[in-house]
Design a protein around this ligand. Structure first.
Ligand code: UGA
Length: 429
């Protein structure tokens, strides 16, 4: 099939590459010329394991192209995926202006029957608005269908998630579009759920909110564990073996960050409110998530007593491992708060330091964890990168001024840390 993807962010770029990998002809459109040129030269705008190789293979095979020319993309393709950003606006609602712009442009260049697919995360009823926008802007009477096909990939394992999804959700309002979409996904070897457009839109918001709820729930349980002298990791294990609950997304820590959960929960709460249902649990989920960071800073203060003029090393800056993404990363809040209290900050992240430099001021960035440890009064683990789990902790201790480790991701065994002579605090244990 000929496919056009508008927007080369995380979702657009990965989706386009995956379809090309499956043998389709894909043209990825972005209005940013620099980005398109970069992609044409084989350079990736994001760090995502395996993506560069897959892009290169498919560009070389002639199945994957990048362009700024939306007209060429629309006229040559049967299916057009809208994968542009839906950032949060001031009041928590999703800003849908990019979606609207693309819908208008697509309408103007439509030359025959097209399927326009919402791939970006959007609030329920956006499909209807896209449909009306296209109807108002299409030049002649051309048939089209609007489909909702939400994406569930995670940063850091995006290729694997997109190639082997747990399920594929297709929200359609016509038989014609259903057939084409089911055909597109037929060799993905995943269950396909076909719904109406609105239900598909809600599936995405409800799924992300539920995962965030799981995280906030276990963080709240972690706080009880800490007060009671229990161990949240054992509690999560015991809960997670119940198949109805499941162990995934029960890792207590610094709470969720990233470009999806914080924004999507706000947007879901807002659209629910607009529709007439106050959704208080969503507000509680966000509050617990915020408090988790606040309590972590307090924990550092408790251990250091005086934070002013102390040097604190932060290991991990990205919002999660295997990405360079700093959006809503807990490390930002933690570093800002410690700096407000007069601390000097040293930091290291395997991939996110370039992005961190755009956001965080007055941080001494180091080449590796051992350089971070040199002369610090406390080490903070903010992201659970695999390489931190393999650190030579004896060497780390020798480098430190005082052996305080405050672990926001529970990557070390408390008994072992005490044996090594650290003053070690973690979450919910
Ligand atoms: C999330 C969803 O998991 C994807 O299914 C969805 O497609 C995506 O949002 C999106 O809407 O685009 P992502 O934000 O890439 O994916 O990352 P996650 O792996 O879900 O992690 C989100 C945050 O939750 C991270 O900060 C992570 O550290 C935190 N987390 C996750 C926990 O604190 N505990 C856990 O047990 C799991």
């Amino acid at each position: 099939m000929n496919i056009c993807i508008v927007g080369t962010g995380y979702v657009g770029l990965v989706t386009g590459t995956i379809f090309a990998h499956k043998g389709h002809n894909v043209i990825c459109i972005d209005k940013e010329e620099d980005k398109v040129n970069m992609l044409k030269e084989g350079r990736m705008p994001i760090y995502e394991p395996g993506l560069d190789k897959l892009v290169e293979e498919n560009v070389r095979a002639g199945r994957l192209n990048f362009s700024t020319d939306i007209e060429a993309g629309v006229t040559s393709s049967q299916i057009i995926f809208i994968a542009v950003g839906t950032p949060p606006s001031e009041d928590g609602r999703a800003d849908l202006s990019y979606i609207e712009q693309v819908a208008r442009q697509v309408a103007r260049h439509m030359n025959e029957y097209k399927i326009i697919v919402e791939k970006s995360t959007v609030p329920v009823q956006t499909g209807e608005k896209v449909k009306t926008t296209i109807e108002m802007n299409v030049r002649s009477k051309i048939e089209f269908d609007v489909v909702s096909n939400p994406e569930f990939l995670k940063e850091g394992s995006a290729i694997e998630d997109a190639l082997h999804p747990d399920r594929i959700v297709i929200g359609v309002s016509s038989e014609r579009a259903r057939k084409v979409m089911e055909d597109l996904y037929k060799d993905f070897n995943a269950p396909i759920i076909t719904t109406d457009v609105k239900s598909a839109e809600i599936i995405k918001h409800a799924a992300n909110s539920f995962l965030a709820l799981k995280i906030s729930y276990i963080n709240a349980v972690a706080n009880v564990c800490e007060l009671a002298g229990a161990n949240v990791m054992e509690v999560a294990e015991g809960m997670g073996l119940d198949k109805r609950i499941g162990r995934n997304f029960l890792n207590a820590g610094l709470g969720y960050g990233g470009s999806c959960f914080p924004k999507d929960i706000d947007a879901f709460a807002r659209i629910s409110e607009e529709l007439g249902y106050d959704f208080p649990i969503l507000k509680e989920v966000q509050q617990i998530n915020y408090d988790q960071r606040k309590m972590f800073v307090k924990k550092i203060e408790q251990e250091l007593w005086i934070v002013k003029r102390k040097t604190i090393g932060v290991l991990g800056l990205a919002f999660k491992p295997n990405t360079d993404d700093m959006r809503e990363a807990p490390a930002i809040y933690i570093i800002n708060e410690l700096q407000k209290r007069g601390a000097n900050i040293k930091a290291y992240d395997p991939e996110a330091m370039d992005n961190a430099k755009q956001i965080l001021d007055k941080v001494e960035y180091c080449q590796d964890p051992y350089s971070v440890a040199k002369g610090v009064d406390c080490l903070v683990i903010a992201t659970e990168w695999e390489e931190f789990k393999l650190l030579d902790l004896k060497r780390i201790k020798k480098e430190m001024n005082q052996p305080n480790i405050i672990d926001g991701r529970n990557i070390f065994d408390p008994a072992k840390m005490i044996e090594l002579g650290f003053n070690y605090r973690s979450i919910g244990r």
